[in-house]
Design a protein around this ligand. Structure first.
Ligand code: TRP
Ligand code: ZN
Ligand code: CA
Length: 433
């Protein structure tokens, strides 16, 4: 008698015909923390190519107040909308021109604990801004898309942001923070900033700010055996500053701008000593050629590592089956009976497409009414009775929108026979999450 597959941790109890039986899951419960996925470098670079094309089609830049900036916003927003994010554009005015922030929320998670990751999307007017800051923008975008691919159900609520007018002095991010009601501000548990993460002669710099965030990035780098240094090329020179100024924990990554790489740094990281980390900083040569692929790849993976770790992504892969194969007799024209499966170890609500496979053996299935009963008692009708359906058995798959129900708990299949003579029993049933 199999009872549960991938069911609760430890033993579970189950009522069978008035008796209590103890069931042991046949598979271990899913691991509570989930490793971040590898972020495909090719995808990140494809975003950079798109940003380069946008600049090329719009006078060579993506600067605040120029057509290339709004086109960049539209590109990123289109990707996020298609991936299931809730996006909004926040407008502001700076130097007589309209600026735009793009905010993308991943549905779910604890609204009182918001983890944010962001990058400025504007370039300076003198170039396409591919390292500064297509790189951070693309790394954050691809991490957000990876959240969607994984259908991550993190403990925290995740919010991604692309800022306007950073190059005019962090105008967009400051506007966002200043316009965030105090109650919402206090819910932001951290802001992760990515500004220049693919410098062509890269260093690996971690912001020396919130210790937990800093350690999360350093752990990633320790794991791949790459040394890091503390970022010293200008604290407060990017969009984390407005967050930090109101007491929000911040952190971030940086591969260096106009400062020269020392020989000690060239020894540990490779590259060219005595040369700027980014010789094209704020100039017209900041194109797709101005990127070190290894640095962009590592930092994109580090963003995902931080979002997964700090967001405490606990989830289980889709397609987990919870089954009860114990027979339950359905009395003729009598009281309803139930068969239970216990669901545990999941995060968040049940899916909008919860699959319910039912195997009821009966000699006149028109007698049978079936409901799926959620742990809180809400009943979802699967099948009504019908006096003229004389066929045998109900062996069917139903799809239930159970997205308003917490996934964990005791789910029941309820069966009732509402007409006399023919009888039957629940043979087995299962839920697929
Ligand atoms: N856009 C930033 C700027 O021009 C780039 C930068 C320079 C930076 N130094 C930094 C970003 C240190 C983060 C940390 O100021
Ligand atoms: Zn920048
Ligand atoms: Ca009957």
């Amino acid at each position: 008698m199999n009872l549960f597959r991938r069911a609760a941790v430890g033993a579970a109890t189950l009522a069978i015909g008035g008796l209590l039986a103890t069931a042991t899951p046949s598979a271990a419960a899913p691991s509570p923390t989930l490793a971040a996925p590898d972020i495909p470098l090719a995808n990140v670079k494809a975003h950079l190519s798109q940003l380069q094309s946008i600049a090329s089609a719009n006078g060579g830049n993506r600067a605040h107040g120029r057509a290339g900036y709004k086109a960049s916003i539209d590109y990123v927003k289109g990707k996020l909308d298609a991936a299931g994010f809730t996006t909004r554009i926040q407008q502001f005015t700076s130097s007589g021109a309209t600026g735009y922030n793009l905010i993308a929320d991943w549905p779910g998670g604890d609204a009182d604990q918001v983890l944010m990751a962001g990058a400025h999307l504007d370039s300076v007017a003198s170039g396409a801004g591919i390292n500064d800051n297509g790189s951070g923008s693309a790394g954050v975008l691809e991490t957000a898309l990876a959240v969607s691919r994984a259908q991550l159900q993190p403990t925290k609520h995740l919010r991604f942001a692309w800022w306007g007018a950073e190059e005019l002095g962090m105008v967009g991010s400051r506007y966002y923070v200043n316009n965030l009601p105090a109650a919402d501000r206090s819910k932001v548990s951290g802001y992760l900033n990515f500004d220049m993460i693919g410098s062509p002669n890269p260093g690996y710099f971690v912001y020396d700010d919130d210790p937990t965030i800093e350690k999360t990035f350093k752990d990633y780098y320790t794991g791949i055996g790459v040394p890091t240094e503390i970022e010293t090329e200008g604290d407060g020179r990017s969009d984390h500053a407005p967050f930090k100024n109101v007491g929000i924990p911040v952190g971030g990554l940086f591969t260096g701008a106009e400062r020269a790489k020392s020989s000690a740094q060239a020894q540990k990281w490779g590259g060219t000593a005595g040369q700027a980390f980014d010789r094209c900083y704020h100039s017209s040569c900041d194109t797709t050629s101005n990127i070190n692929d290894t640095a962009l790849d590592r930092n994109s993976d580090a963003i995902a590592h931080a979002v997964w770790t700090l967001g405490a992504g606990t989830t289980v892969p889709p397609g987990d089956v919870y089954e009860n194969t114990a027979d339950v007799a359905i009395p003729d024209n009598g009281a309803a009976v139930t068969s239970t499966v216990n669901v545990a170890g999941r995060t968040g609500n049940a899916p909008a497409t919860l699959k319910v496979d039912v195997d009821v053996r009966h000699t006149w299935r028109g007698d049978v009414v079936l409901d799926l009963v959620a742990p809180d008692g809400t009943a979802y009708r699967l099948k009504n009775s019908s006096s003229n359906d004389s066929a045998d058995n109900v062996i069917a798959t139903y799809t239930v929108n159970a997205s308003s129900e917490p996934a964990n708990g005791a789910w029941k299949l309820r069966a009732q026979d509402v007409a006399s003579q023919d009888t039957g029993y629940i043979n087995s049933w299962k839920l697929t999450f």
